[in-house]
Write a protein that binds this ligand. Structure first.
Ligand code: 3PG
Ligand code: MG
Length: 440
């Protein structure tokens, strides 16, 4: 036995303890990085390569699976198995990186219901896999299977069929917290373990949940209602909270009795509790200089301006507020809070990019100027904007031990909301079924 990695629940079965020699290992990854048929940012793929190498090094034979996008229409239940959500671009990327060949089984799909069956044609590929003729098998998008997001018998059948392909299951899909057949039910039918990426993410999540203080969080989002749960939990944990995007606009409306275009009455009402709470706790760091625009159509000269919230009067009506002005971060109280933080967690794009980008870029640089803080970034969009706006800093940060980039944003927020990652369906299932023998 090895020493348990720091910050990991000792009940979690780990891939390093699995017997993989000559075993077919089914690995659930979160390679959900395809936009319009191309790999947009391979960070999530790259982050799983260590797990794949380790499995192969120890004699395991790889079958990979991931979801890509959301091919299932929520209202009709139709599953679209078109190019846009194919795993092909991911497979091509992996083949280039690993210098090997993956086969994607061509499973017949119903035009409306997706793939209903894993038929025996897969067995030929498994034979090639066992004989070392191919580097691995990459299954079609898990959400192309009718059973993946279904309930009852259909879902059970998919889990059993997936399990029938392999000897061992490894979950390395930290970003996929939804309990589906490929992340959750499968653990009932195969010996199941957490991969290295999953472990690394969980251990870093612990550092956010039990932060070294002072702890500053920066949270932004396009919608107030989806973030309200995590936001109120984050509020309890932080010493200081910085808000951006529509979340900040909503807060400003509730705090100062002003109106900002695009902010709904129901959201303003929902933000009331936070405003009340903050009157005494005073954790929210207000960024006073904001950018108001008359239009959402872009950055049009003469149609946007900097406003100062300290000049707000109750009843003021503003246009769209699309960013915070960089000058906000230079104000002494804001600068002091950012430079004295020991832990900083960011799940935020501050402005409406691409036109209003200065708020996010300045945030990233301000945080970087605090060399002592442990910095945690979570969320696909957060990282994408970081990379777009400050590519040099992003590259340096990738190799800097003071930075950690999570591969999943939704997972991190969900875990923060619950106060632990071990209640997340797929993680909990690994623990619940640890030691389970194969019952196919
Ligand atoms: C993500 O990209 O957020 C994860 O892969 C989860 O995807 P989902 O939100 O569609 O489940
Ligand atoms: Mg998401």
């Amino acid at each position: 036995m090895h020493a348990y990695p720091a910050g990991i629940d000792p009940r979690l079965p780990l891939v390093q303890d699995a017997d993989l020699k000559d075993k077919v290992v089914l690995v659930r990854v979160d390679h959900n990085v395809v936009k319009n048929g191309v790999v947009r940012d391979p960070y999530r793929i790259d982050s799983t390569i260590g797990t794949l190498y380790s499995i192969v090094e120890r004699g395991g034979k790889l079958i990979l699976m991931s979801h890509v996008g959301r091919p299932r229409d929520k209202s009709t239940g139709h599953i679209d198995t078109g190019h846009a959500t194919s795993v092909r671009p991911v497979v091509e990327y992996l083949e280039r990186k690993l210098h090997t060949r993956f086969v994607v089984p061509d499973l017949p799909a119903d035009p409306e219901r997706g793939i209903r069956e894993i038929d025996t044609s897969v067995n030929w590929h498994i034979r090639d896999l066992k004989r070392g003729r191919i580097g691995g098998i990459y299954l079609p998008n898990t959400r192309w299977f009718e059973g993946e997001e279904a309930t009852g018998e259909k879902r059970h059948r998919l889990a059993v069929q997936l399990a029938g392909l392999a000897d061992v299951f490894v979950n390395d899909a930290f970003g996929s917290w939804q309990p589906h057949a490929s992340t959750f039910d499968i653990t009932k039918h195969l010996p199941s373990y957490a991969g290295y990426l999953m472990q690394r993410e969980l251990s870093n999540l612990t550092r956010v949940l039990e932060p070294t203080r002072p702890f500053v969080a920066v949270v932004a989002g396009a919608k107030y209602d989806t973030k309200i749960g995590p936001l109120s939990e984050i509020y309890k944990k932080v010493d200081h909270l910085v808000l951006g995007g529509v979340i900040y606009n909503t807060f400003l409306c509730a705090r100062y009795g002003v109106r900002i275009k695009g902010v709904s009455d129901s959201d303003i009402e929902a933000a009331g509790a936070l405003v009340e709470q903050d009157r005494t706790a005073k954790k929210i760091v207000e960024l006073p200089l904001i950018v108001e625009s008359d239009t959402l159509e872009g950055r049009i000269e003469g149609q946007y301006r900097v406003r100062d919230i300290r000049e707000f009067e109750e009843g003021d009506e503003l246009g769209y507020v699309l960013d915070v002005d960089p000058g906000s971060f230079e104000l002494p109280n804001v600068a002091e809070i950012m430079s004295s933080a020991s832990t900083i967690f960011v799940n935020a794009v501050m402005g409406l990019t691409p036109h209003f980008y200065e708020g996010s870029a300045t945030l990233d640089h301000t945080i970087d100027q605090n060399p002592d803080a442990q910095k945690f970034y979570g969320g696909g969009d957060t990282l994408q904007e970081f990379k777009n706006l400050s590519p040099g800093l992003y590259l340096a940060a990738m190799d800097d031990a003071k930075y950690y980039f999570f591969t999943g944003g939704g997972t991190v927020l969900k875990a923060i909301e619950e106060g632990t990652p071990y209640g997340l369906g797929p993680v909990d299932a690994l623990i619940a079924h640890s030691g389970a023998s194969r019952v196919v």
